[in-house]
Design a protein. Structure first.
Ligand code: TXA
Ligand code: MG
Length: 321
């Protein structure tokens, strides 16, 4: 596989051509790195599932360069979804909408709905625009990690996760560290009211400012949509993650800066606020693994902002007692 660290017009054009040929291109987004394939090419999409080791009935998010392309993939789009797209795209938000025939079963996991996102990252947007200029309709991209593991927030993380699975014709675009650091907010827009399926940087509070219609909070047990991010254990490092209990000497420790490091603990991160907490969380969990730390103790951040999404991910990766 080639790692492209200077993303210029010509290397991005080459990456878009690779996608058109059915190869895989891992690329940066503002949330996490995605493992991209032509969303209309069944064989290419099957390779995503193989590389990730992900069950093939789990749907993928299709990335497009602008709201202008939404109608190609989705139909019967409710007015509230248009409002959300106008307010938050490009940005860390995925909308689940009724699909058109372009969104085939191998993208949607046989469901009648498709997930769509316009990412806010110069490299991702340039790649999408170039791919569309070459006749492409959208890039399917899950987070570029092995199934159930921690999402990558840098090109190096992508190599650590799936480097050994990629082929010589595949590419990894290096666009620096993902600024948001956790995956997009997913909103089910197939019902009368929008339902947040996965919290993210676009918070309920931000959404409520844009919509007059009531916003609901969903979960996998309450809904009929399949989403591995909503499964019980996900986003997990090799180390065991604890959110409560007592810390042992040699354990890793992640908490907001103002929390004092307990005696004997190995401090893995000291974010100054919740935004920085989201940015560095996955990197800190990876650091635990690279230091061969067996247990990590995390003091979950407080607050109703992106802290909600951080607590969601922590609860998913935490060791259940
Ligand atoms: O921030 C993100 O969303 C990143 C970047 C790369 O865009 N992508 C990402 O993809 O997190 P993934 O596949 O790791 O997580 C997307 C989640 C999965 O849990 C998937 O099942 C769910 O979205 N999803 C995708 N399409 C869906 C659909 N049609 N219905 C229900 N859930 C869907
Ligand atoms: Mg994922």
């Amino acid at each position: 596989m080639s790692i492209i660290s200077n993303c210029t017009a010509s290397t991005i054009k080459d990456a878009a051509t690779a996608l058109k040929k059915g190869h895989l291109v891992a690329f940066p987004t503002e949330t996490v790195y995605g493992l991209g394939a032509d969303a209309t090419n069944k064989d290419a999409v099957i390779r995503i599932y193989e590389v990730k080791g992900r069950p093939s009935d789990h749907p993928l998010i299709v990335h497009i360069s602008s709201i202008d392309h939404l109608n190609k993939w989705a139909r019967n789009i409710p007015e509230y979804a248009i409002k959300l797209a106008r307010a938050f795209w490009p940005g860390p938000m995925t909308l689940i909408l009724p699909r058109t025939e372009i969104a085939q079963d191998f993208i949607t996991g046989d469901q009648e709905n498709v997930g769509i996102r316009v990412p806010e990252h110069t490299v991702a947007l340039a790649l999408l625009k170039e791919f569309e200029a070459q006749g492409g309709l959208g890039i399917a991209a899950p987070s570029a990690n092995r199934f159930g593991k921690v999402s990558p927030t840098s090109a190096d993380d992508v190599i650590t996760e799936i480097g050994d699975q990629l082929l010589g014709v595949d590419r990894v675009l290096d666009g620096g560290t993902s600024q948001v650091g956790i995956e997009s907010t997913i909103i089910d827009c197939t019902k009368e009211n929008p339902i947040i399926l996965r919290p993210g940087a676009i918070t309920a509070e931000m959404i409520k400012r844009v919509l007059t219609i009531e916003l609901k909070r969903g979960s996998i047990s309450g809904g009929d949509l399949k989403a591995p991010g909503l499964l019980e254990s996900h986003y997990a490092p090799n180390a065991k993650v604890f959110l409560s209990g007592s810390l042992q000497p040699g354990d890793g420790f992640i908490a907001i800066k103002s929390e004092v490091t307990p005696a004997g603990a190995i401090r893995l991160a000291s974010p100054k606020d919740n935004i920085e907490f989201a940015q560095i969380l996955y990197k800190a969990l990876r650091l635990a693994d690279s230091k061969k730390i067996k247990s990590v103790f995390v003091i979950a951040p407080h607050g109703e902002d992106i802290a909600i999404a951080i607590r969601d991910r922590l609860q998913k990766c935490a060791t259940k007692n």
